[in-house]
Each structure stands twice: as structure tokens, then as C-alpha cells.
Design a protein around this ligand. Structure first.
Ligand code: PRF
Ligand code: ZN
Length: 378
């Protein structure tokens, strides 16, 4: 039975099922107003209130429980007030599962020279019409209260890589002040606000960031500023330094990471949640994800290959269509080709998180990890 039954006020409460005895890996459940979701979890990215190329019905069928959407994009277009008027993001896009919205801090950072960051917030040029825009912790939180996601994120700055120590220190301290302002500005009930750990690639800054944010007592923690161009071992080192400082009874979310090898390593350090455009983006590029790495369906080698992308995959694409057919669609620029590779990739990654969870529950996570990496990285 549910440990949180009747505890309506506990938002995004993390309920642990099993902790791996030999690593930080854990399997649990996340309780939200739109359902109870299994962890480790992967959240497909629906930047503009749609996961590109697939319907909410298809997402459900693939096993998606919670998706991510972006405040930055919806703030600029169609506007978060409009989404509120439509009845909130769940109703607007007809998705009744979980939704997490990112705060916009990362998208503003991605604009590069178009942005200017001050203590108050970030001024930037809209990528749509070039107009001058401004986001602050208060504005980003108000926008996310309008959208009405189950989980929202504090406004942060994702530090570019590489960055000087002094800049990383000032930025990290400011992100902590912004987290405090985000917390004060957040007044909507039925919605959990997570803080975001930063610190660049500096172990001491990561530790200070984690400790300061933990003392502010958020219901969950994002780890930001990773997978921004640094070597993978550096990212793993940052996780090793940071994750143990976060409360065991709260969810930990590694932002913007979504390749299976990074997922299995991050889970080993104790991460519960992920999002990434990787599976959907490479799918639209004609690339399928498999347990032995990427399969470029467009390659001539598959012209007469009548096997599915992956013979062991249970997705709609693999159950019904061949590599040769999907390759033909992609070569002919048919929209359905991109839909099929997207369906496969999301199914693959969602299924991968289920397999990790099962391995943790059955106390064989480390051997699962080794077997997976041996095949994936060969
Ligand atoms: N901050 C926010 N969103 C993010 C990131 C971050 O640092 C990242 C970094 N990988 C992805 N998405 N707010
Ligand atoms: Zn498939």
C-alpha cells in the first residue's frame, strides 16, 4: 500500500522501494497530483507543449509517465497566461500524466551572446522575433505557476564550459540566491518546486551549492550545468561529489542527460530522474538507438534489410515495420519515417529505465550495468 495515502500535502514525495547494496542506485516512486511514477525515470522532452512528432496517446502507449516542457518557449509563444486561460498545460496539450517544466535558465544560457545576466535576472533577445525579453526568478516562477506543471524548477544559470573559477563561484552563489527568490515567489499549491545545483566543474563549488540548497529545504533537487561539453569522467566526478550531499528521502534529477551509457552511470551515483532531447532529436535525423549503439537507418546497408530496427523491441515501429521500409520513408522525406524512429527511440529509452529499475529491485544492478556497457560501448 502507498506510504503517502492521505498525505495530500506531500508533493513530489519520493518513496524508496529498494537501494542497491553495492552502489548509490535506487528504485522508488515519485508521488505527484497526476500519478505515482516509477524511478529511475526518463522524461521525454515536449519543449513547445508537444513531444515532437508523437501524440499524447502514443506517449502513453510507449510507457511515458511524465514529460518535460519549457517555460522559455511557452513564455514567448503562445504566452503562459494563454495556457492558464486554456485550463493549464495538462488540459491545453491533453496530457493527463505528469509534467515537469524547466525554468528557462538553461534556454537563456543557450542563446549565448544574446543574453545579459545581472543580479536581477537575465535579459535576452527572443529567438522568434528578436524582441528584448527579461526573465527573473519571480517571472519564471509566475510563468510556471500559470503553466501548472506538477514539478517546476528554480531559475538558475547554467555555467558555460569551460569557465574561470571566479566566474563559476559568483554565478553559483547567485543561482543559490535566485533559488531562494524562486522559493519566496512560489505560492501555488499542488506543485513542487525543485532547486538546481550548479558549481561548474569545481568540486568545492558543487559541494557548497548542494549544501546551501539543501539547507533551504526544497522537495527535490536538480543537478544542472553538466553535459555541457565536459569529458564524461568529469561529469561522473561531479556526480560523485554532489549526489551524496543530497537528502536520501528526496528525488534527484540530472538535467539534460539522456544517452543510455550516461543514464546507467548516473543511476549508479543515485540519480532518479532524467530528461533529454537526444532520443527525439537523433530520431528526426534518421538514427535509431539500440543496445549496441546507434543504428543509422538511412544507411545504404539497410536498403534491403527486412528485419525491424531491433528484433527484441516491443515498440509499434519494430512490431510492424522493417528497416528497409523506414529507410525508404526517410529517404523520401515522408513524415511517417520520423514518427517511427521517434516512437522507437522513446520506447527504447523508457524501456531501458524500466530494465535498470528491475535490476535494482532484483539486486543485480552492477552486473546489469557491466553487461550493458560491454555491449553498448564495444
Ligand atoms: N539548468 C536548467 N535546465 C537545464 C540545465 C541546467 O543547468 C541543463 C544542463 N545540462 C539541462 N537543462 N534550468
Ligand atoms: Zn522499436
Amino acid at each position: 500500500t502507498c506510504a503517502f495515502a492521505g498525505q495530500k500535502k506531500v508533493l513530489a514525495a519520493y518513496e524508496e522501494a529498494v537501494k542497491c547494496g553495492y552502489s548509490g542506485a535506487r528504485a522508488g516512486r515519485l508521488h505527484t497530483p497526476h500519478g505515482v511514477f516509477d524511478t529511475p525515470m526518463f522524461m521525454p522532452v515536449g519543449t513547445q507543449a508537444t513531444v515532437k512528432a508523437v501524440s499524447p496517446r502514443e506517449l502513453k502507449e510507449m510507457g511515458a509517465q511524465i514529460i518535460l516542457s519549457n517555460t522559455y518557449h511557452l513564455y514567448l509563444r503562445p504566452g503562459t497566461e494563454l495556457v492558464a486561460e486554456a485550463g493549464g498545460l495538462h488540459r491545453f496539450m491533453d496530457w493527463d500524466g505528469g509534467i515537469l517544466t524547466d525554468s528557462g535558465g538553461f534556454q537563456v544560457f543557450s542563446l549565448g551572446p544574446l543574453r545579459k545576466i545581472t543580479e536581477e535576472g537575465a535579459a535576452f533577445r527572443s529567438h522568434i522575433d528578436g524582441s528584448t525579453q527579461f526573465l527573473s526568478p519571480e517571472i519564471a516562477i509566475k510563468a510556471q505557476m500559470n503553466l501548472g506543471a506538477d514539478i517546476i524548477m528554480a531559475f538558475d544559470e547554467c555555467i558555460p564550459y569551460p569557465a574561470e573559477y571566479q566566474y563559476a563561484k559568483l554565478s553559483t552563489e547567485r543561482t543559490t540566491r535566485w533559488a531562494e527568490r524562486s522559493q519566496k515567489a512560489h505560492t501555488r499549491s499542488g506543485q513542487a518546486l525543485f532547486a538546481i545545483v550548479q558549481g561548474g566543474m569545481y568540486q568545492d563549488l558543487r559541494r557548497v551549492s548542494a549544501n546551501d540548497l539543501v539547507s533551504l529545504d526544497f522537495p527535490g533537487y536538480g543537478i544542472g550545468g553538466l553535459s555541457v561539453g565536459e569529458p564524461k569522467p568529469v561529469m561522473y566526478e561531479m556526480l560523485e561529489q554532489t549526489v551524496p550531499l543530497l537528502p536520501e528521502n528526496k528525488p534527484r534529477y540530472l538535467m539534460g542527460v539522456g544517452t543510455p551509457d550516461c543514464l546507467v552511470e548516473a543511476v549508479r551515483y543515485g540519480i532518479d530522474m532524467f530528461d533529454c532531447v537526444f532520443p527525439t532529436r537523433v530520431a528526426r535525423n534518421g538514427t535509431a538507438m539500440t543496445k549496441s549503439g546507434r543504428l543509422v537507418v538511412k544507411n545504404a546497408a539497410y536498403a534491403k534489410d527486412f528485419l525491424p530496427i531491433d528484433e527484441n523491441c516491443g515498440c509499434y515501429a519494430c512490431q510492424n515495420f522493417s528497416r528497409a521500409y523506414i529507410r525508404h520513408l526517410l529517404k523520401a522525406d515522408e513524415i511517417f519515417g520520423l514518427r517511427l524512429t521517434t516512437i522507437h527511440n522513446l520506447y527504447f529509452l523508457l524501456d531501458f529505465t524500466k530494465k535498470m529499475r528491475q535490476a535494482i529491485l532484483e539486486d543485480r544492478f552492477l552486473s546489469f550495468r557491466e553487461e550493458f556497457l560491454a555491449q553498448y560501448c564495444k
